[in-house]
Design a protein around this ligand. Structure first.
Ligand code: F0G
Length: 419
């Protein structure tokens, strides 16, 4: 497969053998460009569907050169769940959740890491590193363990959900917490990686996005039609960049005849991309002290903002910001109406959708897919904090009955014989 790295700003081109993350000429972001004309007529939905449903179903579109080095945990192939009750709540005709919590480490990051860690092996790296709000750390730690690589992780101390931290340490990563936020951690790890020749696996690494783009392929593959909208949360903005790249590739390969519109959602305390997009400005203003209950997207200076703005503009997309209260309410609705457990950042996509419908920015007759990026169990402390607390009583039947008096009488009415 012919592949090159191309600067999104100045157009400079570099060979895939170079270990670079940004343009050597102007410092801007790089795209991995695949020569898709060679694949015309070779790939088709039928070819893909004859294979196992995971990220590697779309092998021809994944720029890995040495199959023997592929590091996989059978990632991808996640459920696309039709959510009729939630659709009613959000105010749209048809709503699906792409449940990325079903990935091996519980988030969409695994799609990127299977390719990113494979690249690390292809380049001959001995160690990999990332800054993280938690999920990238958990995923990188797992894939590095499987590949036999050392993993170095820089985190914002005290701001990473417990489940994610548990994964990172259990998989044997070296974890350093800084007294600062994600944006500072990312700046540090970029210098660390450059100085010490450690392979960087944040989403500034364009190879990682090649794995993440498979979520676009899967949504179309599963739905069998093109949704009107795909909504997702934005943090460092790698995922929306990857999603849009995947959709553009499907279009180029004539596997779809038009693209869905994208909806990017951020939390009100960390919304630089939404603010820039809505204002129509070309000037990006980072948020100094980002804050939100959705710690996964507590990011004020997302590295991929130019790709995110490009995705939103090219797809004729929408952007919205949501409060912590709106995020938590959406999280509870997804959990209670549909039985799907997602972490707060993931619920932002649904909260944003509901808000856009209320504002009249989105036609209620639409078919919408919301990508729910991470599992509820990632942040168990937050889930317990916002939910009804369990009751503690003596170990006696009448005590338990008293505690459950309301619910027990309702259940009786439903199941006991009426005589
Ligand atoms: N949802 C979840 C659950 C996430 O963990 C992240 C990012 C996002 C959404 C946003 O994705 O950054 O590609 O725009 N988490 C990163 C991390 C930053 O370190 O785990 P994005």
């Amino acid at each position: 497969m012919k592949v090159e790295l191309k600067c999104i700003s100045c157009g400079a081109v570099f060979p895939p053998s170079m270990v670079i993350y940004t343009c050597l000429k102007c410092g801007s972001l790089l795209d991995v460009v695949l020569k898709l004309d060679e694949l015309q007529g070779i790939v088709s939905w039928n070819v893909f569907r004859a294979r196992r449903f995971n990220v590697w179903r779309y092998r021809e579109l994944l720029p890995v050169f040495d199959d023997s080095k592929i590091v996989s945990l059978d990632e991808g192939g996640t459920p696309l769940v039709k959510c009729d009750r939630l659709a009613k709540w959000a105010g749209v005709r048809s709503l699906y959740i792409k449940f990325e919590g079903a990935n091996p480490t519980g988030s969409f990051k695994d799609r990127g890491m299977t390719v990113g860690v494979t690249k690390a092996l292809e380049y001959g790296a001995r160690a990999v590193a990332c800054a993280s709000t938690g999920n990238t750390a958990a995923s990188m730690a797992a894939y590095a363990a499987r590949a036999g690589l050392k993993a170095i992780i820089i985190l914002p101390w005290g701001k990473v959900a417990l489940g994610k931290l548990a994964q990172a340490v259990m998989h044997g990563a070296e974890v350093v917490g800084i007294e600062g936020n994600f944006d500072q951690a990312l700046a540090i790890v970029r210098s660390l990686s450059e100085k010490h020749g450690i392979y960087l696996l944040n989403s500034v690494n364009p190879w990682r996005l090649e794995g993440q783009k498979t979520v676009a392929y899967e949504i179309i593959d599963q739905l069998g039609e093109i949704p009107d909208f795909i909504a997702l949360p934005m943090g460092n903005c790698g995922n929306i960049s990857a999603l849009w790249k995947g959709l553009r590739e499907l279009l180029e390969l004539s596997l779809i005849d038009h693209t869905p519109r994208l909806i990017g959602v951020q939390a009100t305390g960390a919304s630089p991309v939404v603010d820039m997009f809505k204002s129509g400005s070309n000037i990006f203003k980072p948020v100094e002290n980002p804050e939100t209950v959705a710690t996964a997207i507590r990011i004020g200076n997302p590295v991929n903002w130019p790709k995110a703005i490009r995705a939103l503009r090219e797809s004729n997309g929408l952007a919205e910001k949501v409060t912590d209260e709106e995020i938590i309410e959406a999280q509870q609705m997804i959990a209670c109406l549909e039985g799907l457990g997602v972490e707060p950042a993931s619920a932002a996509s649904v909260a944003g959708l509901k808000k856009l419908v209320e504002e009249g920015a989105l036609d209620a007759d639409s078919v919408v897919v919301c990508i729910c990026t991470g599992h509820l169990l990632k942040d168990p402390e937050q889930a317990v904090r916002v939910s009804r607390q369990p009751l503690k009583v003596k170990a006696e039947l009448d005590e338990v009955e008293r505690a459950l008096s309301y619910i027990v009488s309702t259940a009786q009415a439903a199941l006991l014989p009426s005589s």
